[in-house]
Design a protein around this ligand. Sequence first.
Ligand code: ZN
Length: 237
Amino acid sequence: MASADLRRLWKLHQIDVAIQGIRNRATHLDVGKKTAAEIESLTNQLATNPYKLFHAEQLDLELQQSSLDDKVRKFESELYSGKIVNPREVDGYQKELAILKKQKGDIDEKLLEIWEQMPPLKELADKLDATLAAKKKELVETQRKAQQVKAELEADFKKRSAERPILAKEQNPGLLAKYEAIRKTHDGIGMAEVVKKRQCGACGTLLPERTLQGCLDDRTMTCETCHRILYYTEGVV
Ligand SMILES: [Zn+2]
């Protein structure tokens, strides 16, 4: 069994590992950045999709078409009402009607072109709309979850941070100083457990016999590769 000093230090180390874990989780917490970027891209795609422009033009042309239809009907009913008998007047009406019908023909042609292009554009716009709506929903859910996890992490961090100084006071000062120095240069992790097959639990190095013997002799040993203080439990060494 490891010395009492090492066992106490191991408890402190476990708190440090937990704090480090909380920091890592907070750093990598999914707050929906990727989804927000996807939403921006979809919004841009929708803005530049010609469906809306074509649709506006279609409505405009349909309105013109209907107004021309009314005019043609009006001219025709007047022309054939029997009230217009003067040949010059009849000629004038017929010329006007021809102009109106030509205009209507042009609009009909344009509308046909638009109607042909509309279905695939509408299908794409609808698809983008649906994806955008789903992504917006996803973002709300991700942000809600992130808030929840953040609150949990903060509470855990507070608890561990309060426990740490109490445990630090109980440590052998020399050993604690060594541990803190290692932590500074080793991503906050200053200890490693000797795991089965006689490996350093942090870096996986196979520990030499003299290191293992040192552990058994209750001396403070470090891993030759990652330099962390080694902790061991009975039966492993
Ligand atoms: Zn190691």
